[in-house]
Design a protein around this ligand. Structure first.
Ligand SMILES: NC(=O)c1ccc[n+]([C@@H]2O[C@H](COP(=O)([O-])OP(=O)(O)OC[C@H]3O[C@@H](n4cnc5c(N)ncnc54)[C@H](O)[C@@H]3O)[C@@H](O)[C@H]2O)c1
Length: 357
């Protein structure tokens, strides 16, 4: 079967979706819908074979399609999903799927009533840095993991266009938080117990541009997620991406999206030293834990390299449509991420932890 898709919202990511859909043999992108006529002109210039529509109602009435990718501003997703579902179309929605759990539940009620396929573009599950961390987390080689830190820092501070407006779904928790939280929940297969967060507007008047989130899981893992858009640095990169993960059999760090890092282990654990011995080591402090390791004590290994690509999100989507694979990004997972985001806002406003399961 050949799938015939339309992209709704021909902006930064919508343009990419057109090219991605067209790259599949069993799919074509035959139409674009955008409320901005300039965007439609751009689409027509690049792809004269595509139909263009300036409203979703015209698209659903006239276009010969069986699916849509919704890539409009965040506050538009709910209405567009509901209209697409009522028209019987399969749906890939951009993240965040909705602005709240309540909106998501209302959307999903329509999706279920219409019995159409629905997923959310959480393609960062295929980021190479995350895949490398996930591989190490799952293979158990670091022993019992107790801490994970995932961080992203940018230096430009300000955001552009609708991203600075709260009502349109602006801010970094909706923009990047949704990916960073999704990665952690997807990797850690254990009930989330508590959420504590500090969500701030450092230099943006309306929307959050910094957050620090602490997620504690039943299996003993604590995951910290920190993002700042005004995290000034003199590094040559325009952003910094870091991971750190530690268990009782080793640690791992990974920097950059195409990760550079190491697995670090110790050849021998520090032995308990009686207080009347080894007086010479006093400069290391009373516990000795922060002393300089003996030569040869620290061993390093290469981190696993995983050649994953974002296109795998779409490959899974089409394989699922054909009944060949389980859907990767499931609605209940999307709902949990939104619930965690709401817990972050609640925790930050009340200065307290929010209990989860
Ligand atoms: N998954 C990812 O990595 C990723 C990356 C970037 C953006 N996104 C998401 O994609 C969506 C779009 O982001 P963007 O950066 O491309 O924004 P953008 O502003 O570049 O494009 C949005 C487009 O949607 C159009 N639009 C707005 N309301 C509409 C409506 N009701 N009907 C039709 N078109 C409408 C706008 O005119 C605009 O052309 C957002 O939800 C964003 O969070 C996801």
């Amino acid at each position: 079967m050949k799938y015939r898709f339309a992209v709704i919202g021909y902006g930064f990511i919508g343009r990419r979706h057109v090219e991605t859909l067209k790259s599949f043999e069993n799919c074509d992108c035959v139409a674009v819908c955008d409320i901005n006529p300039e965007r439609l002109n751009e689409a027509k210039m690049l792809h004269p074979e595509m139909e263009v529509y300036d409203h979703i109602d015209k698209l659903t009435e006239s276009a010969d399609i069986n699916g849509v990718v919704i890539a409009a501003n965040n506050n538009q997703h709910k209405e567009l999903v509901i209209k697409a579902a009522r028209a019987g179309l399969n749906i890939i929605c951009e993240k965040p799927a909705a602005m709240s759990v309540k909106d998501f539940d209302e959307m999903m009620a329509e999706v279920e009533k219409a019995d159409v396929h629905f997923t959310v573009h959480q393609q960062r599950r295929f980021d190479k840095d995350f895949q490398s961390i996930k591989k190490c987390y799952k293979d158990g080689s670091l022993g019992d993991i107790y801490t994970i830190k995932s961080s992203l820092y940018g230096y430009n501070g300000n955001m552009h266009d609708w991203h600075v407006h709260k009502v349109e779904g602006g801010g970094m928790l909706y923009d990047w938080g949704v990916h960073l939280i999704d990665q952690i929940l997807y990797m850690i297969d254990s009930p989330l117990k508590t959420v504590f967060a500090d969500v701030r507007n450092v230099i943006n008047a309306e929307v959050d541009d910094y957050f620090n989130i602490l997620l504690r899981f039943e299996n003993g893992v604590t995951a910290e997620i920190e993002l700042g858009t005004y995290y000034l640095s003199d590094q040559p990169e325009w952003f910094e991406r870091h991971w750190y993960m530690s268990g009782n059999a080793g640690s791992m760090y990974a920097n950059k999206f195409d990760p550079e890092g190491k697995i670090v282990r110790t050849a021998k654990l520090l032995e308990n030293v009686a207080s009347d011995q080894d007086k010479s080591a006093k400069s290391y402090g009373p516990t000795r834990s922060f002393g300089i390791p003996e030569p040869g004590l620290i061993l390093t290994e290469e981190i696993p390299k995983v050649g994953s690509e974002h296109i795998e999100f779409f490959q899974n989507y089409f394989a699922n449509l054909e009944g060949k694979e389980e859907l990767l990004v499931k609605p209940e997972q999307v709902r949990e991420v939104l619930a965690v985001m709401e817990a972050c806002w609640q925790s930050s406003a009340t200065w307290s932890s929010v209990c989860f399961n």
